[in-house]
Write a protein that binds this ligand. Structure first.
Ligand SMILES: C[S@@+](CC[C@H](N)C(=O)[O-])C[C@H]1O[C@@H](n2cnc3c(N)ncnc32)[C@H](O)[C@@H]1O
Ligand SMILES: Nc1nc2[nH]cc(C(=O)O)c2c(=O)[nH]1
Ligand code: SF4
Ligand SMILES: [Mg+2]
Length: 242
């Protein structure tokens, strides 16, 4: 059977980000990423610090672990990473979840295509702004968005750009203009993803959220946008596995 590297399985919790924010969901976080964003809040999936936690698991083992944690109390699973789009054989898990009437969401940065994207109910593509230190391959992203447009209903995919500063905001606008027909989300960047001082973190994040709201509300060129925080950080701060 085909195995994939799993970093953590957790839940039930709320989806804290993007198009289905607030949704009760389980999470499967895969290991490994082709990027190394300066502010990655899940760097343990790729920087070596979490390597002892990685388990090679097949679809059935992951499903059993999800059920052991979530019992009968879930109908939604979110796959994140790292970049789960590096894993060609993830389709075994996606198919097994769907056979069990589970809706599947997946988070990826839009650097790599997999044919199984077409079987994801809620696909979030999160291209990375300049503050990440990464450079977007717009040829790859064009290809991904075009394929999705041809094959699946527009509502099931969305673009989510994390914004830390003015440069990131300009980048986000460029992405929105390029793919106007794709639902577009701006997300507040967390630039202090190590602190355990939750109250301080929340007040910082609220200020950043207000900044991002003000900026986009005053911008006539950005009309159809949803501006969101990372909701889970307001409840649990930088805690892992929530
Ligand atoms: C950890 S990534 C994993 C999935 C995929 N590699 C990606 O980046 O889309 C999940 C989401 O968290 C976002 N994220 C990571 N670090 C963040 C931070 N410090 N502040 C806000 N969002 C962050 C990413 O932009 C992405 O949308
Ligand atoms: N609650 C919760 N919501 C999330 N949405 C996206 C997450 C991620 O790390 O991909 C995430 C996460 O780690 N926790
Ligand atoms: S692409 Fe996602 S997982 Fe990879 S480094 Fe960037 S934020 Fe982290
Ligand atoms: Mg996260």
């Amino acid at each position: 059977m085909s195995k994939v590297p799993v970093m953590e399985i957790f839940g039930p919790t709320i989806q804290g980000e993007g198009m289905v924010i607030g949704q009760k969901t389980m999470f499967v976080r895969t290991a490994g990423c082709d990027y190394s964003c300066s502010w990655c809040d899940s760097a343990f999936t790729w920087d070596g610090s979490g390597k002892d936690l990685i388990k090679q698991m097949d679809a059935e083992e992951i499903w059993q672990e999800l059920k052991a944690l979530g019992g009968d109390g879930f109908s939604f699973v979110t796959i994140s990473g790292g970049n789960p789009a590096l894993l060609k054989n993830l389709h075994y898990l996606i198919d097994l979840l769907r056979e069990n009437n589970i809706k599947v969401a997946l988070e990826t940065q839009g650097s790599k295509w997999q044919d199984w994207f077409l079987n994801i109910d809620e696909l979030t593509i999160s291209p990375k702004p300049p503050s990440s230190g990464m450079v977007t391959d717009f040829d790859a992203l064009d290809m991904i968005i075009n394929k999705l447009k041809e094959e699946v209903p527009a509502q099931s995919a969305s673009l989510k750009v994390v914004v830390f500063d003015d440069h990131d905001y300009e980048y986000a606008k460029k992405v929105h203009k390029r793919y106007q027909e794709v639902p577009f989300f701006l997300q507040v960047g967390n630039d202090d993803n190590q602190t355990t001082d939750k109250q301080h973190l929340i007040s910082q994040l609220l200020q950043r959220y207000e900044w991002l709201i003000n900026k986009s509300m005053l911008d006539d060129e950005v009309r159809n946008v949803k501006v969101l925080p990372q909701l889970h950080t307001y409840i649990w701060g930088n805690k892992r596995g929530v």
